[in-house]
Design a protein around this ligand. Structure first.
Ligand SMILES: Nc1ncnc2c1ncn2[C@@H]1O[C@H](COP(=O)(O)OP(=O)(O)OP(=O)(O)O)[C@@H](O)[C@H]1O
Length: 448
């Protein structure tokens, strides 16, 4: 065990130190409550022996602070004969046991037995908690908020059918993960799952990727090639950012969905196809329809069932679970031993806005872990997260200026993404990312 002795009397610290070191424990000492708290921020401790009477912060105050910040750390109170009452009070606020001075080694052994029993009970508790955690995850999707539980239920309900599903949610909310879960729970689970990000591929390439082409259809088409609509062969086709598909291709896809046949580019011979369609969007398709960028008939075809995935800031109950999950996952993938997040750091994570949602949380945990020097991630490890509202305190932030400039250019080019991206000197994918990040919409200038 990692043990710390907190006592202002050097002789007590030293006698404990030798006794525990002989028993094979790792021991640290601190001469005051403040020193103990400082050491706790540097490394985790399993057990603290704390003298009640100390100048400055006394043992009871230290106990309260430890229980608040490090609830898993056990505390044994050391008290003088005659002040047992305060030791009993200490037990009420979370001490595991108490030891009366002066004491003999076998009394210390008895206390250690009690500590061991306590640890056994808490590991049983953690085991049960682990089992509960299994219930709060659904096919690798973590969540315990009411919103995510409703999403899990929807997945289970729709998986069996062949109905087209539209997943609507901001970037990084887990749409692809959910699409994969729908496929994994469906009767098509043993057939391919193909994911295509329609926002990242130029239109002509997307056409040839989806529909395939006949030899000679264009320069460079040196042989016949099947598109994904054929290759998917009975499986699930996931079209991410479906709002980016051009109106022409929407018509072509609508035909495929109605006829269940596909005609390769440059060919006239239709081939039968079979697949289940799952699509996702981070944009408001209703607004896109109103703006004339998205076809209503195609929309109804892909949106037989819609699952809305709420942004992370609207399901704070999931943050701790997700943060622990990523911590465990990253620990497993690296050699770094970081296994806890301090309660204050968690408070900070819960207060943050998460514009990039779960993906941003995963990246934040990874970044904090790489830089952290202790086994526990603390508030300071997440200093790179801008607290909500802080940017506004110093006039318009760079972020706001960028947002308004992009909106100006988009309006100027009638929301033609290709032309606006060119004018801004960035590529289309980057522009789409910024539109999503700033949640820009046609006509949203009026609400700025
Ligand atoms: N509920 C969750 N549980 C565990 N991991 C999650 C969860 N939601 C998202 N993730 C993880 O966050 C990352 C982003 O998820 P995903 O790619 O599914 O989001 P998305 O909504 O499809 O994003 P985009 O719209 O940008 O494509 C992935 O690494 C994914 O594994």
């Amino acid at each position: 065990m990692q043990i710390m002795i907190v006592d202002d009397e050097r002789i007590i610290r030293e006698s404990f130190f030798h006794w525990f070191q002989k028993s094979g424990h790792t021991v640290e000492t601190a001469a005051s409550g403040a020193e103990a708290l400082d050491k706790l921020t540097q490394a985790p401790f399993d057990l603290l022996f704390v003298d009640i009477k100390m100048p400055g912060m006394d043992g009871i105050e230290l106990l309260a602070a430890v229980k608040e910040r490090y609830p898993e750390t056990l505390v044994v109170i050391i008290t003088a004969y005659g002040s047992i009452e305060s030791a009993v009070n200490a037990m009420k606020i979370g001490a595991t046991d108490y030891l009366v001075k002066p004491f003999k080694p076998d009394q210390l052994s008895l206390v250690m037995e009690k500590v061991a029993q306590h640890q056994k009970r808490s590991s049983e508790y953690n085991y049960l908690k682990g089992r509960l955690e299994k219930i709060t995850r659904f096919d690798n999707i973590i969540g315990q908020s009411a919103a995510m539980t409703a999403v899990f239920e929807m997945i289970a309900e729709v998986a069996d059918s062949d109905a087209s599903v539209l997943l609507a949610g901001e970037t990084g909310t887990g749409k692809e993960l959910i699409a994969r879960a729908i496929h994994a729970k469906s009767p098509r689970a043993n057939l391919p799952f193909i994911a295509i990000n329609c926002g990242a591929i130029p239109d002509t390439l997307l056409e040839s990727e989806l529909f395939g082409h006949q030899k000679g259809a264009y320069t460079g088409a040196t042989h016949d090639r099947k598109g994904f609509l054929e290759v998917v062969g009975g499986g699930t086709l996931f079209l991410d950012e479906v709002g980016e598909i051009s109106p022409k291709m929407q018509v072509d896809l609508l035909r495929v969905l109605e006829d269940k046949t596909v005609t390769r580019v440059g060919s006239r011979r239709p081939v039968s196809v079979d697949f289940r369609l799952v699509t996702a969007t981070s944009r408001d398709l209703d607004a896109q329809i109103d703006a004339g960028h998205f076809r209503e008939d195609f929309y109804y075809r892909i949106n037989v069932i819609q699952i809305d995935i709420p942004p992370l800031r609207q399901r704070k109950a999931d943050i701790q679970l997700l943060a622990d999950h990523f911590l465990k996952k990253l620990c497993h993938e690296t050699t770094k031993r970081v296994d806890r997040i301090s309660p204050r750091a968690l408070q900070l994570l819960e207060a943050y806005d998460w514009p990039g949602n779960v993906r941003e949380l995963e990246n934040a945990i990874e970044r904090a872990m790489v830089l952290s020097k202790s086994r526990m991630l603390d508030e300071a490890d997440f200093a790179f997260l801008q607290p909500p509202g802080k940017a506004a305190a110093h006039g318009p932030a760079l972020r706001d200026m960028e947002k308004h400039h992009i909106l100006d250019i988009l309006d100027q080019y009638g929301w033609n993404i290709t032309q606006a991206a060119k004018a801004l000197g960035i590529n289309r994918v980057t522009l789409h990312k910024k539109i999503r990040r700033y949640q820009l919409k046609a006509g949203s200038r009026d609400n700025q």
